[in-house]
Design a protein around this ligand. Structure first.
Ligand code: ADP
Ligand code: MG
Length: 717
């Protein structure tokens, strides 16, 4: 019998094939389960009305206003046609604007009637307006109560006629469907009791249609727990297995290559932090246990050198190494850097990415298998089955967290001794979080920048200071330096953002005559992107206009200016990553955060923090505290090997540790969830919880459902 959960979304009233496809393509909602788990991103208190005078700043959240329309005006022609309603709460005015279905809306609402309007105000031309709000007639007999969910939509969904209201109605249909009562609890009953969790059905109802703030809170807590519990269960299964058959290669000696490089070819003195971290890595790799280490270090702290020298340790013990990067550009930059170092001491290196030519690819495969290649650098392409090593001893994973635990495991055959693993990241992640993302691991920290680095000077500027900014760019160009100009690209509004990037590109060409300008964004074909990037890396182009694709890892020491347009739209941690692209050489560098002249105080405060400090850890802390738009969680969560719907890795530390203990208790008590031969001891003094078979099956199914794309199921079934 097909599960109620699995019913295709197309069977809902008002959906059908075509609209089902849009829902699935745009927000991944293909069946009832997906829809129920498509949670509102916020909830509006229906009993709270705002007065228009309360609305301030340039990023005010959704509001509910009660009032009347004074009149309606139609403006523009054709595609530009729009309808404007002047709406008042009796004291001040706000504009309600419709850009489509003008005809329809002009008949829909009447002046004089009391309405309730919901929407997000934007400030434009001296007045606040709300575009396409939700509107309903106000009934004083039955004033609104409870809470109402707001769902995020994409441009495309809106164009296809989906609104927050349509989505809400779809959810309502599913909740009222008789089959909904058959939805089974997916957490073990003992866990439910122990942690006083709201049952699943009830939680769905209160997540979408909370009757009170308290119920909503309980629903959110339940789903956070559920989400984190399954993540922990999944990750702990791997790490428990790992710690049980943990034998790793013993890299006993420091030999010819390492010493040769260290004494004769090292291009600079290592920092104290680099030395310390190398010692930690060396100590790990000689124990005979598999190393699983996270190397954290701020942008520019010199992680690549640490990676390279670790690879030399592997080489000296007769083993190969692999370095994986999340993008081709990053991989090829690493390749260039490492090739330069490696050739001096006769260590062989190759680059393998999606765009490596077939003939070359074959050759590389052969050399890896025969052991003639010492180091391979690449992207996901390294994970393909055809890539086989003679003896892979060390895997380094650079920047970001795109390679999940299970993906990494693809690098070596089951039953073989696993290579040592070093994960490098510039994102400051607290240790508990790191363990949630990567399983059990040790953490090394590079907390020192190479000497002689001048801290980047950060300036917060508004549109009115364009000329000053242009002059700074000019003077740097004249000194031979290179410039980044970065625009935000937020998926929700991709078209608009691309346009502003194009305009910016044109402006840069027109303004900085005689200097070549290149242009990079995420939607380009990889080959074209590569070409444009190379223009900049080679120094041929002096200015690069780009979206955040450059955020990760690009290294052009000659670049000294980073202009970030619409800086208010970036999270602080993201700004910090971007800023890390400059200040990589010996010259004074500048980061200029541009924003609108009427930026609100929050924006000024947030950007002010950037100007005050260059310390990534302080910034991420501030980011967490301020909870500004696009805050730390964005940086932290983008690129995680899993997606979080409700939980927040940065803020839910408490729930993470509770969920982790619950998952441990379950694994300790139910060996069936691990491979058969394994019996972990309960080292943490956690009481095992034994489950009935029915509940074990539920857990298995959930795990399969949630992590099917990454789990090697031969492990458990
Ligand atoms: P990240 O940690 O951000 O990956 P990189 O490894 O790219 O940083 O290093 C940034 C720059 O600093 C590179 O140009 C690198 O060659 C240089 N560098 C690394 N370590 C040192 C050092 N100890 N002294 C001087 N320069 C260094
Ligand atoms: Mg790096």
């Amino acid at each position: 019998m097909p599960d109620f959960f699995d019913s295709d979304i197309k069977f809902l009233k008002g959906v059908g094939e075509a609209r089902a496809k849009v829902l699935s393509d745009e927000i991944g909602v293909a069946n009832f389960r997906d829809l129920l788990y498509y949670f509102p991103f916020r909830h509006i208190d229906r009993s709270r009305f705002y007065s228009i005078s309360e609305i301030t700043g340039d990023d005010f959240p959704m509001v509910q206003i009660k009032g009347r329309f004074l009149n309606f005006i139609t403006e523009g022609e054709g595609l530009k046609k729009r309808l404007k309603g002047i709406f008042t709460d009796g004291r001040k005015f706000i504009e309600i604007v419709w850009f489509s279905q003008v005809q329809y809306f002009s008949k829909q609402y009447k002046p004089g009637i009391e309405y309730v309007v919901f929407g997000k105000p934007t400030f434009y031309r001296d007045i606040y307006s709300i575009a396409h709000p939700e509107i309903e007639v106000y009934n004083p007999e039955k004033p609104p109560t409870g809470f109402r969910g707001v769902y995020s939509l994409t441009d495309k969904l809106r164009k296809k006629g989906f609104s927050v209201v349509t989505l809400r109605k779809l959810v309502e249909q599913v909740l009222h469907h008789p089959g909904f009562r058959s939805v089974k609890e997916n957490l073990p009953s003992e866990i439910m009791e122990q942690y006083h969790l709201m049952p699943l059905q009830e939680a769905f109802i209160h997540m979408h249609f909370p009757s009170s703030a308290e119920m909503l809170q309980k629903a959110i807590e339940r789903f956070k727990f559920e989400e984190l519990f399954y993540i922990e269960l999944n990750i702990l299964r791997f790490s428990m297995e790992r710690s049980l058959r943990i034998n790793g290669f013993t890299f006993g000696r420091i030999g010819e290559k390492f010493n040769g490089f260290y004494y004769n070819a090292l291009p600079f003195e290592l920092t104290g932090a680099q030395k310390r971290v190398l010692k930690e890595i060396r100590a790990d790799m000689k124990t005979g246990r598999q190393m699983n280490r996270l190397l954290q270090g701020d942008v520019g702290s010199g992680k690549t050198m640490v990676a390279f020298m670790s690879m030399l340790m592997a080489r000296d013990n007769g083993y190969q190494s692999a370095l994986m990067a999340p993008t081709e550009i990053l991989a090829s930059q690493h390749f260039e850097t490492i090739l330069q170092w490696a050739t001096q001491i006769g260590v062989s290196v190759a680059l393998l990415t999606g765009s490596t030519k077939t003939s070359e690819r074959r050759l590389i495969h052969d050399l890896l298998l025969s052991g003639e290649l010492d180091i391979i650098i690449g992207t996901h392409a390294l994970l393909e089955d055809v890539v086989q090593f003679k003896n892979l001893g060390l895997v380094v994973i650079d920047e970001q967290h795109r390679f999940g635990v299970a993906q990494r495991a693809r690098l070596w055959k089951r039953g073989e001794t696993p290579p040592h693993v070093l994960v490098m990241t510039a994102t400051p992640i607290p240790r508990t979080l790191a363990m949630t993302v990567y399983g059990d691991l040790e953490v090394s920290l590079i907390d020192e920048l190479p000497p002689g680095r001048k801290p980047v000077t950060t300036l917060v500027r508004f549109d009115s200071s364009r000329i000053e900014v242009d002059n700074l760019i000019f003077s740097q160009l004249r000194e031979g330096r290179q410039i980044y100009i970065v625009y935000p690209l937020i998926e929700d509004n991709e078209k608009l953002d691309l346009r502003s990037l194009e305009v910016g590109y044109q402006r840069a060409k027109d303004t900085f005559l005689g200097y070549e300008v290149c242009y990079v964004h995420g939607k380009m074909k990889p080959s074209e992107k590569e070409y444009q990037m190379n223009l900049f890396v080679s120094g041929k182009a002096r200015i690069m206009v780009a979206t955040t694709v450059i955020e990760v890892g690009v290294n052009v020491p000659n670049a000294t200016v980073m202009v970030i347009e619409n800086a208010e739209r970036f999270g602080l941690s993201q700004l910090h990553q971007l800023r890390g692209r400059v200040g990589r050489g010996a010259d004074q560098s500048y980061c200029i955060l541009m924003s609108k002249a009427n930026a609100g105080t929050d924006t000024r405060k947030r950007l002010g923090i950037m100007a005050e400090t260059n310390d990534g850890f302080l910034i991420s802390e501030a980011d967490l505290k301020m909870r500004g738009p696009g805050d730390m969680e964005g940086t932290l969560q983008s690129g995680m090997p899993f997606n979080l719907k409700v939980a927040n890795l940065a803020r839910d530390g408490q729930i993470i540790s509770v969920a982790r203990n619950a998952a441990k208790a379950i694994l300790f008590g139910n060996r069936g969830l691990l491979s058969a031969e394994i019996m972990p001891d309960s080292a943490d003094s956690i009481e095992p919880i034994h489950l009935p078979d029915v509940e074990i099956n539920i857990l298995r199914n959930e795990l399969k459902h949630r992590f099917a794309h990454e789990v090697d199921w031969s492990l458990i079934s």
